[in-house]
Ligand binder design. Structure first.
Ligand code: ATP
Ligand code: MG
Length: 465
C-alpha cells in the first residue's frame, strides 16, 4: 500500500475522551472512530488488524477440529423465552421490535440459536462430538462503555459451542479449547493467563477466564508468579489426544491464578511469599462447561448407544476479538506509539523515502516495494512529499515492527537502513539483504494451518484488504 493512496487519518493531538493508552493510540493512529457511545467504525488500519486477529482465531479453531459457520446478529425473542433467559438477561440486552410487532433482539451471545440449530438437525450420538463456532458482532448495552474497544457495546467475538454425549467428552472439549486458546494468544504476541473463574448462577469448577496482565485492566488478579514463566511455544499437539490436552490443562492451571471473584486468601497464602502477585488484568476470553443447562429446556437431545434419548452436554467458549486489539496495545507501546507484535501487524514493514522526487531514491523505494510484495509481505510505502521527521513520527505512531529508510546518501554506498520499532536499533544493509532479513523474521508467522482450510478459504482474508 502506498500511503498517498491510503486512508490513514492520524491525529496530532491527544483526544481528550480517551482515558487509557490503547484507546488514545487507536484514535491517534486513525484505526477507529466513535460512531456513538461504545460503537465504532473501523477505519482501514484498525480493520486490517481486526482481520489479522480474526484470521489467527480461525486458523487455530480449524486446527483444533472446530467447524466455522455464521449466525445472524438479530435474533427472535421466542428462543430466549424458551430457555428462560429473555427476562433474566436484563438491560444489557438490546430489544427491538420489527414492523409486525415481533420481539427481536441484537444477540449478546448465541447459546439459544446454536441449540436450536443443533436440535433441528442432530439426532444421534453418532454425530458427536461436534464443535461449531462463529466470529460475529455482539451487542451488550453496557451501562458504562469505556476504554474504546475494550468495553464497547458492539464488539466482535468468537464464540464456539461444544456438543458431547457425556460429561467426560465435554471436558475433553473444554481442555481442547484451553490448549487452542493458549496457542491463539501466543501467536498474537500475548501472554494470557488462564484463571479460575466464577461459574455464576450455574456454578461448577469448569470455567476459566484468560487474562492479559495490564495496569489498566478492569479485573483485580492474584497469582503465583510461576505462571508467567509458562509458555506454550511451538510444541506439537494432537487435539484428539485426551491425555495430552488434559496434561496441558494441568500444566497451565495448577498454579494459583484467580480473579477477585474466585480469590481464596487461604489458598493464596500457600504460595511462597516471594511469588505472590496482586495485579490487574484484561479478560480476553473465557471457556465454560455448563452441562445440560440449555439442552434440557430447549430439547437438544440425541439417541444414545442404548437407544435412549439424552440431553447433550454443552460448553461455550469465547474470545474477545475486538477487545484483544486494545489488550495488545496496552502490552505493546511506548511514548511514540504502538509497537505491533509481528504476528498481528497491519503491514509488515514501512518504507520511508527521505527524498521524495529524487529519481534514485524513488526508484530504490519502488524496487523494494515490489520485491517485498513478491515475497508475500505487505509494505506500507510512505511516498508523500513530507519532511522526514513527520514520516518517522507517523511510522512510530502506527507501530509497524520494521522500517526501511531510503535516502540518497545511503544509496551512494548501496545501503538502506533497517530499523526495529521495538528496540530502535538500526542497521545499514544492501536492499537485498534487508528484504532477506524481513522474509526470515516473518517466516514463522505465515500461513500456519491453511492446509486445514477448504480450498476456497485458503487465502487468508487479509490478503485482499
Ligand atoms: P466482562 O466480564 O468483561 O463483561 P464477560 O465475562 O461478560 O466480559 P463473556 O460472555 O465471557 O464476557 O464474553 C467472551 C469475551 O468477549 C470476553 O472474555 C471479552 O474478551 C469479550 N467481551 C465481553 N464483553 C465485551 C465488551 N463489552 N466489549 C468488548 N469485548 C467484550
Ligand atoms: Mg467472561
Amino acid at each position: 500500500m502506498r500511503l498517498s493512496r491510503y486512508f490513514l487519518p492520524v491525529l496530532k493531538e491527544n483526544p481528550s475522551e480517551a482515558q487509557i493508552v490503547s484507546h488514545r493510540l487507536m484514535l491517534r493512529a486513525g484505526m477507529i472512530k466513535q460512531a456513538s457511545a461504545g460503537i465504532y467504525s473501523w477505519l482501514p488500519l484498525g480493520f486490517k488488524v481486526l482481520r489479522r486477529l480474526e484470521d489467527i482465531v480461525h486458523e487455530e479453531q480449524v486446527r483444533a477440529g472446530h467447524v466455522p459457520m455464521l449466525m445472524p446478529t438479530l435474533q427472535s425473542a421466542d428462543l430466549w423465552r424458551e430457555s428462560g433467559r429473555y427476562d433474566d438477561y436484563g438491560q444489557e440486552m438490546l430489544r427491538i421490535s420489527d414492523r409486525h410487532g415481533r420481539d427481536m433482539l441484537y444477540g449478546p451471545t448465541n447459546e439459544e440459536l446454536i441449540t436450536d440449530i443443533f436440535r433441528s438437525h442432530v439426532g444421534s450420538y453418532k454425530d458427536l462430538p461436534l464443535t461449531l463456532y462463529h466470529i460475529q458482532w455482539k451487542f451488550r448495552d453496557e451501562i458504562r462503555p469505556r476504554f474504546g474497544v475494550m468495553r464497547g457495546r458492539e464488539f466482535f467475538m468468537k464464540d464456539g459451542y461444544t456438543f458431547d454425549l457425556t460429561k467426560e467428552d465435554a471436558l475433553h472439549a473444554y481442555n481442547r479449547h484451553l490448549v487452542s486458546y493458549l496457542r491463539t494468544y501466543e501467536r498474537m504476541g500475548l501472554q494470557a493467563i488462564p484463571m479460575r473463574a466464577d461459574g455464576g448462577p450455574i456454578g461448577g469448577d469448569y470455567t476459566h477466564e484468560f487474562l492479559v496482565l495490564a495496569e489498566t485492566g478492569e479485573s483485580e488478579v492474584f497469582y503465583d508468579s510461576a505462571v508467567t514463566d509458562l509458555s506454550f511455544g511451538d510444541r506439537e499437539i494432537d487435539y484428539d489426544d485426551v491425555a495430552q490436552c488434559a496434561g496441558v490443562l494441568e500444566e497451565f492451571t495448577s498454579k494459583y491464578a484467580r480473579t477477585d471473584e474466585t480469590h481464596d486468601l487461604e489458598l493464596f497464602n500457600q504460595v511462597p511469599m516471594d511469588r505472590q502477585r496482586v495485579a490487574r488484568g484484561i479478560e480476553v476470553g473465557q471457556i465454560f462447561y455448563f452441562g445440560t443447562k440449555y439442552s434440557e429446556p430447549l430439547g437438544a437431545v440425541v439417541q444414545g448407544p442404548d437407544g435412549k434419548q439424552v440431553p447433550v452436554h454443552m460448553g461455550s467458549h469465547g474470545i474477545g476479538v475486538s477487545r484483544l486489539i486494545g489488550a495488545i496495545i496496552e502490552a505493546n507501546h511506548d511514548d511514540n506509539g504502538i509497537i505491533w507484535p509481528e504476528g498481528v501487524t497491519p503491514f509488515h514493514a514501512g518504507i520511508v523515502n527521505l527524498k521524495q522526487g529524487d529519481a534514485e531514491a524513488d526508484a530504490a523505494c519502488e524496487a523494494l516495494y515490489k520485491s517485498l510484495e513478491a515475497a508475500g509481505l505487505e509494505p506500507l510505502y510512505d511516498d508523500r512529499d513530507e519532511r522526514a521527521g513527520g514520516k518517522f513520527a507517523t511510522m512510530d505512531l502506527i507501530g509497524l515492527p520494521w522500517r526501511i529508510t531510503v535516502g540518497p546518501r545511503g544509496l551512494k554506498n548501496g545501503v538502506v537502513e533497517l530499523t526495529s520499532r521495538r528496540t530502535g536499533q538500526s542497521e545499514e544493509l544492501p536492499p537485498k539483504e534487508a528484504i532477506a532479513r524481513l522474509i526470515d523474521i516473518y517466516a514463522p508467522h505465515k500461513g500456519h494451518t491453511f492446509e486445514h482450510w477448504e480450498p476456497m478459504a485458503r487465502q487468508s482474508f487479509h490478503t485482499w484488504l
